[in-house]
Design a protein around this ligand. Structure first.
Ligand code: XUL
Length: 542
């Protein structure tokens, strides 16, 4: 008998739905909505609106609601057996905030199956658009909150992260400062994850502990809103925040709108939604020490499972909760696929041509180095975007392809060195992770094996798995994460890439060089050209 579980992932560029049959542990179906293509009337680019200042980046919560209807419509059209789905959970891009007025819940109650969610929700928003994780326009608010809270170290100890541009707290403060009347009229502020969960539930849903840690508002040790941080961020904020809940808790049953319109059973359980990175952690099987993951999506992230709470006091890395009740380290780079695509598109390459060029350029790139800040960068913090090239021209396709990939992994290695629980294996996920030439560079730079997964949608898979675990636990058939992981690893792993020992030393030296270039460009240190020439003489074309 099939036992079906649905995982949804509301990411930056699209919505994905994956149904897993837990009996055979097969992926039964996978659907995707791309916002730019399938909901073009919202006029997003890569799923977002980038304002003229280049640092204000919003998206559209109405579009996410419409995507939910569209994905279920497409599934029903193809006779996907939604009536047999036992439980649903979800994932969403982290940090983004949705601002709703008092009409939101009433509208959700009244939504009729003859119409659609977007139509009924039209007047539910006190702020039409939602700032998302790509927004870096809140430096002023970050500074104010950090100072009032007693400095960076205290902020990190309380919330797990420095007060950070893209996090929800600073986004909320900016809204309160710039549009105080609309802020006053805001009844509830959701994360994207809890907003999407609310749509399915038909009323306001709670925020889970794992995504809650990405707000600079939650006390990470206590799993509660931190009264001080909340009060400093904006007045009366506490009453506008949904309650917090454990990631694995059941939040209710699916709302009648979905049962009547798409044929879901009224018994379908809903499990709290969470952020994309916490979901991916489950989706790639990081449930024990010694493993880290690289997720190559719109953003690139490096994250690791963490048993004991420890922090990055430089302020670059974050500590979040995990859906399994532990902690995870995370470092987020904005110049992920956005930067790779910049190079690919500049030279009009296909991805296979991109890989070919990577394969036919030497590790170390003959001493060519890039700092790939095509967009404002999160780690290291770079607000004025500009890529830097040393030793090669903007017009050299080979050198640019290798330079962007080497820079991304060198930067990841450099900025993840604070993590104490060292990984002996990396699990790779996200769209670009299926490109073995790219992932081989990761294995070589980190000098540890990299496992590539058959399915790049680890966030949606993680959500489906979470819903299954909570469902079985609720009927007394307890399954452990270890059992689940065994099933997962048998079915999803495609191959393992081993580091090439001949380039271990080369990448150690290149990391040293890369750090010197960051210091030079971002902190005004001495020009390291001499070191680059030395590296080039040693490893470059003879
Ligand atoms: C993590 C982060 C991004 C978003 C979008 O801190 O900002 O990874 O979750 O994927």
């Amino acid at each position: 008998m099939k036992e079906l579980f649905l995982g949804l992932d509301c990411s930056t560029q699209g919505l994905t739905a994956i149904i897993i049959d837990f009996n055979s542990f097969r992926i039964l179906s996978k659907y995707e909505i791309n916002y730019d293509r399938d909901l073009a009337h919202y006029k997003t680019q890569n799923g977002v609106y980038i304002h003229d200042d280049g640092i204000t980046v919003h998206s559209n919560p109405l579009m996410w609601a419409e995507a939910l209807d569209l994905i279920f419509f497409n599934m029903v059209k193809d006779d996907v057996p939604l009536q047999s789905v036992l439980a649903i959970s979800g994932s969403a891009q982290q940090h983004g905030t949705v601002y709703l007025n008092t009409k939101f819940e009433k509208n959700l109650k009244n939504v009729s199956p003859d119409s659609n969610l977007a139509h009924f929700l039209l007047n539910s928003f006190s702020r039409k658009t939602s700032p998302v994780w790509m927004d870096s326009s809140t430096s002023k608010q970050c500074q104010e909150i950090r100072e009032k809270l007693g400095g960076m170290k205290k902020a990190i100890k309380l919330t797990g992260s420095n007060i950070t541009e893209r996090f929800s707290g600073p986004q909320i403060r900016k809204f309160y400062q710039q549009q105080s009347e609309k802020y006053e009229k805001t009844h509830i502020i959701h994360l994207i994850s809890s907003y999407m969960a609310s749509l399915l539930l038909g009323k306001n849903a709670p925020i889970d502990h794992a995504d809650g840690t990405g707000m600079n508002l939650m006390n990470i040790a206590r799993n509660q809103w931190d009264r001080e941080a909340v009060e400093i961020t904006a007045p009366n904020l506490m009453i506008k925040l949904p309650p917090l809940i454990k990631s694995y808790e059941i939040i209710g049953n699916i709302a009648p709108y979905f049962t009547e319109k798409y044929g879901f059973s009224p018994e379908t359980l809903l499990i709290a939604w969470s952020g994309d990175n916490p979901n991916s952690l489950v989706g790639v099987g990081l449930i024990s020490k010694g493993k880290a993951a690289i997720s190559l999506g719109t953003s690139d992230t490096f994250f690791g499972y963490m048993e004991n709470l420890h922090f990055d006091f430089t302020g670059e890395g974050h500590v979040f909760g995990t859906p399994t009740g532990y902690y995870m380290s995370l470092i987020c780079f904005k110049n992920g696929s956005l930067a790779r695509e910049r190079i690919k598109n500049q030279f009009k390459l296909t991805w296979s041509e991109f890989s070919e060029l990577l394969l036919h350029t030497p590790p170390g790139n003959d001493g060519n180095i890039m700092l790939p800040y095509f967009f404002p960068e999160i780690v290291p913090l770079v607000l004025n975007s500009k890529p830097y090239r040393f030793g090669f021209s903007e017009n050299d396709p080979k050198a640019n392809v290798r330079a962007v990939i080497e820079a991304q992994f060198l930067s990841m290695k450099l900025h993840s060195s604070w993590i104490k629980e060292k990984a002996t294996e990396i699990h790779a996920t996200g769209g670009a992770s299926i490109n073995t030439e790219i992932m081989q560079v990761a294995a070589d730079v980190f000098n540890i094996p990299v496992r590539i997964f058959e399915q790049a949608n680890s966030a949606a898979i993680g959500a489906a798995i979470r819903s299954a675990k909570s469902f079985y636990d609720s009927i007394g058939q307890y399954t452990s994460w270890i059992e689940i992981n065994e099933k997962l690893s048998q079915l999803l792993i495609k191959e393992i890439l081993y580091p090439n020992e001949n380039v271990t030393k080369l990448y150690e030296e290149m990391l040293f060089l890369y750090e010197k270039y960051e210091d030079y460009v971002l902190r005004g240190s001495e020009n390291p050209e001499y070191f680059r020439q030395r590296f080039k003489d040693k490893y470059g074309k003879k």
